[in-house]
Ligand binder design. Structure first.
Ligand SMILES: N[C@@H](CCC(=O)N[C@@H](CS)C(=O)NCC(=O)O)C(=O)O
Length: 198
């Protein structure tokens, strides 16, 4: 399989960590993609031109990261990163959605500055995205995941926090000590997190 990715993409990192935890990472060739290059083959593999995109051995390309992680889990026999038990599964998937929302809101703030001239920045739009992150982080700080959890929700959260470290100088750490401790527990439990650092 080929995984179209970029080292700084939190969603690509999520797929890579899920692959490692599912034990299928040795079946994946990493292919760097440039989402800004209109001639990059990525846009042929995924019309949205987004990473991660997975080219399967035996079927059509799949995206986005949630679908790729579900596919890899299934490939490994199931229950490796997506819990089999119903309540645990929906809790993990909801945490994944929340963490992905944090990463999306962070990325949109970066793109606002990357894709527009400074005179066109919308402070309202940036504040709207920041509000999503602030509310999500407050809710996560009040009720962090289990220490050392390594299901899909935990993977997504670790990748979102890693992206906030990378692009926003880890400013979140000051007001979220329980999440800092949780991320430390994830780093200790999941070596693939450090191995996928940009
Ligand atoms: N919901 C998607 C989000 C993927 C995403 O936003 N990827 C970014 C890089 S981290 C991207 O490809 N951006 C290029 C673009 O939006 O054109 C997922 O979970 O895979």
């Amino acid at each position: 399989m080929k995984l179209y990715f970029s080292p700084t993409s939190p969603f690509s990192r999520k797929a890579r960590i899920a692959a490692a935890l599912a034990g299928v990472d040795d079946r994946i060739e990493l292919v760097r993609a440039d989402t800004n290059n209109p001639t990059d083959v990525l846009r042929v593999k995924n019309p949205l031109g987004k990473i991660p995109t997975l080219e399967r051995e035996d079927g059509p390309c799949i995206y986005d990261s949630a679908v790729i992680c579900a596919y890899l889990d299934e490939l490994a026999g199931g229950g490796r990163v997506i819990p089999a038990e119903r309540e645990a599964r929906f809790a993990a998937l909801t945490l994944e959605a929340l963490a992905d929302g944090v990463a999306d809101a962070a990325i949109l703030q970066i793109y606002e500055k990357r894709m527009r001239a400074e005179s066109e920045y919308s402070e309202n739009w940036i504040a709207h995205q920041r509000g999503k992150i602030d509310r999500a982080m407050a809710s996560l700080e009040a009720s962090p995941p289990q220490p050392g959890a390594s299901h899909i929700g935990a993977i997504a959260l670790a990748c979102a926090l890693g992206y906030l470290d990378l692009r926003f100088d880890g400013a979140w750490r000051a007001g979220h000590p329980r999440l800092v401790a949780w991320l430390d527990s994830f780093v200790a439990a999941v070596p693939a997190f450090d191995k996928t650092r940009a």
